[in-house]
Design a protein around this ligand. Structure first.
Ligand code: IVH
Length: 734
């Protein structure tokens, strides 16, 4: 059992390829614990069950390393790497010449530089005996008990043959009598986030980054705490190797392979390379993979592959000449928080933005960073004037991680989100279930208006070339633009008089605006920026309503009510009759010509709000009066705008209540049509017919003896109809 459990543990923590579900592992583990409790004499200190159990310590004992733990010199630029390589070639030249080799290109082993903390693990005859932190390099702290809890560290070295992949410990193999394994303890990024979430929930202090979390966890006096912290380990070298029988590997790459075979995780990206140029290529490759790796790295390490040359090259202070750490630009830096500004978004969302004293981080100069929302600032207790840690990882937006409380200036005030919009002075509202506060000013708010206009003119909406952020900004400030309709009232002569504008620009702009009048209804709807109405919903609305006039004329409250009634009615009938044939009365009102089935209650509510607002109605009337999306163009442009080949069915579908694009599921026996015939007819009008019911299903057509699909449709609140209704929808029965 021990061997099996150990094998599974290696599969999980070392090879990242578990072959057993976690629950089964746990069962097996508990069974072994029981057996060991029953026969304590049989307990083996290297058993997987022996990773925890010690009592908290008062302090850590001091341990002398058998061979000192050195540090690495850093290289920051390509030039640094070239001179590292040049120095090595110069120093090795005599040795190489004596071996009749040229020193033109040195062979290196390149690997990742893990951002954690160094530990030294001592194994005697293959058994883990002691672990120590790096300390001052000569002496560290004894963290053996905590290291035992790290499941990626084998308590007994394995003998995993490279070919068979067999991971069982083999008693016949001799290990070096004593060996020091060197490597890095760290925490995976996702484990770090989960840990911080738990800390937050428990009102405990959060960790700044995975490295601090790993260090804090390893230097815990109570091993029960450490075991709850998901620590990992990667081996990158050895200290003293003492053995009368087994030779240590002569190449560093072979040493890494030996470490891997012995059961240690090693750098997943490692390569034997020739010459400096290949080192630089490796650096770029690793930097590209950096964001996708499950753990943090702060660079790569190059080591002369031939280990016998290491001592030959010698040491400078506490760092060897045979290796160098080529560092990535740091992702975190300290700077001062100068101010917290509030930005108002298109939907009125108030976002606090940190204005920072410019700082070089993650390869660029950063002077703004996101603070997410009010709660975040509160929970992190970030105040203007603070010295803060700024983080910029990869291409992610820079963020303020933490304030350094020790450096807080006196009188720094707690941040308060303003009660009124900083742009327009309207009230600010925060819905109970939302983290975001919003300005209620709508288009009255210049910030919202500007962005609404930018959105309206954007490429995917009305596509007005030249009407970008800067120009919108100017025209709004001039009060020339109050609503999207004002775009169509712009005056060429006045535009041409604008500073840095000129006649030609004015002409081009007006031509672009004129062109936008013929955009499809779908684009116009999308451009209005109605909450929850994205491009897809806009297309659907355009298809089903055909004109802005129809959309305005819709009784949205009634639509909402009807929808609920039908769903409820269906459910009631089902319950009462227990027959699988629900009848849905179709009101002959125009409402049912446009069923809007794929549009959920949230969107419907948003549409209702939008169209109920007199100022919005006024804008729409203005747009129409100004010739935007003329009715004659609407139908042709809005239906299947991107699919001219379906023109034939278009004619039908418009007259057939817009079933095109709707998704149907047929179930049970349909009395006259049969399922195949029904499916055929639906497909002919452009509807989809699928086999299973999901949230994407618009209609379920239920016949006699319909079963689970019908139940699922009811559970999901999908509209259920019978064959008769289907025929009516198809326009075949009047
Ligand atoms: S080799 C004599 N390889 O970086 C050379 N170190 O800045 C010993 N580190 O203390 C170190 N990844 O904690 C080596 N692949 C790697 C490493 C690595 C991370 C750490 C290690 C060392 C520090 C030096």
């Amino acid at each position: 059992m021990r061997a099996r459990l150990e094998r599974y543990s290696v599969e999980y923590y070392v090879q990242d390829a578990p072959s057993l579900p976690d629950t089964e592992y746990d069962q097996l583990f508990r069974r072994l614990q029981e057996l060991e409790a029953q026969w304590p004499a049989l307990i083996d200190p290297t058993s997987v069950t022996q990773r925890v159990g010690a009592k908290p310590a008062k302090s850590f004992a001091s341990v002398a390393h058998q061979q000192p733990m050195l540090s690495l010199n850093n290289a920051f630029t390509d030039e640094d790497v070239l001179s590292f390589d040049r120095r090595i070639r110069e120093m090795l030249e005599p040795a190489l010449v004596s071996q009749n080799q040229s020193a033109l290109q040195v062979e290196y082993c390149a690997e990742l530089k893990f951002d954690g903390l160094a530990v030294n693990l001592r194994y005697e005859n293959g058994e883990f005996v002691q672990a120590a932190t790096r300390g001052d390099g000569a002496q560290g702290e004894d963290v053996s008990i905590n290291i035992r809890t790290v499941k990626a560290i084998p308590l007994r070295l394995l003998n995993r043959s490279s070919e068979s992949g067999d991971t069982t410990a083999d008693a016949a193999v001799h290990w070096p009598e004593s060996v020091e394994i060197r490597g890095e303890v760290l925490m995976y990024k996702k484990d770090f986030q989960a840990l911080n979430e738990r800390q937050r929930a428990a009102n405990e202090k959060e960790f700044v980054n995975p490295r601090n979390a790993a260090a804090g966890s390893l230097r815990q006096l109570d091993p029960a705490v450490t075991v709850s912290r998901p620590l990992r380990f990667f081996a990158y070298g050895i200290g003293r190797w003492s053995s009368t029988q087994i030779e240590e590997p002569t190449q560093h790459a072979a040493l890494l392979d030996w470490l891997a075979r012995s059961g240690f995780p090693v750098s997943p990206l490692r390569r034997t390379l020739l010459g400096a140029q290949q080192l630089l290529d490796f650096y770029r490759e690793a930097n590209q993979q950096r964001a996708q790796l499950p753990f943090d790295i702060d660079g790569v390490v190059y080591k002369v592959n031939q280990r016998s040359w290491h001592d030959l090259l010698g040491y400078v202070a506490r760092a060897p000449r045979f290796a160098v750490a080529h560092k990535f630009p740091p992702e975190e830096a300290l700077t001062e928080l100068l101010a917290i500004d509030i930005q108002v978004g298109r939907t009125g969302a108030l976002t606090p933005v940190a204005r920072l004293k410019p700082v070089f981080v993650g390869g660029t100069t950063v002077s703004n960073a996101t603070l997410h929302n009010e709660d975040e600032i509160r929970s992190k207790d970030i105040r203007v004037g603070d010295t803060v840690i700024v983080r910029r990882a990869g291409d992610v937006i820079p963020e303020v991680v933490q304030a350094i409380l020790e450096r807080r200036p006196e009188g720094a005030a707690v941040f308060e989100l303003p009660r009124r919009c900083p742009v327009c002075g309207s009230s600010v509202l925060r819905q109970a279930d939302e983290a975001i506060s919003r300005c209620m000013g709508g288009l009255f708010c210049k910030a919202q208006r500007k962005q609404a206009l930018v959105h309206f003119a954007s490429r995917r909406a009305m596509d007005i070339e030249g009407m970008g952020e800067k120009l919108v900004d100017r025209l709004v400030e001039l009060e020339w633009l109050k609503t999207p309709a004002d775009l169509y009232r712009l005056d060429e002569a006045r535009l041409a008089d604008l500073d840095r504008f000129g006649e030609k620009s004015a002409k081009n702009l007006l031509a672009a605006i004129e062109l936008s009048k013929s955009r499809s209804l779908a684009r116009l709807i999308f451009g209005l920026g109605i909450r929850h109405v994205g491009e897809e919903v806009a297309r659907q609305l355009a298809r089903e309503y055909g004109s802005m006039a129809n959309l305005i004329a819709e009784d949205w409250a009634e639509r909402q009510r009807l929808k609920q009634v039908i769903v409820k009615d269906n459910l009631r009938r089902r319950k009462e009759s227990n027959v699988a044939l629900p009848e849905v009365p179709l009101p002959d009102s125009a409402l049912f010509a446009v069923p809007l089935l794929g549009i959920g209650p949230e969107i419907t509510e948003s549409l209702a709000h939008f169209f109920a607002e007199p100022s919005n109605q006024a804008v729409l009337e203005d747009l129409e009066a100004l010739g935007v999306n003329l009715p004659s163009q609407q139908v042709a442009a809005s239906i299947h705008p991107a699919n001219p080949s379906s023109a034939q069915s278009t004619v039908q579908t418009t007259s057939l209540h817009g079933l095109a694009g709707k998704t149907f599921v047929l179930t049970g026996t349909l009395p006259t049509l049969g399922r195949d015939e029904a499916a055929d007819r639906l497909r002919r009008v452009g509807a989809n017919v699928t086999g299973s019911v999901s949230r994407k299903t618009d209609y379920v057509v239920a016949g006699e003896a319909a079963g689970s699909k019908l139940e699922r449709a009811q559970a999901l609140g999908i509209q259920i109809i019978d064959e008769d209704t289907l025929l009516r929808l198809l326009g075949e029965v009047t």
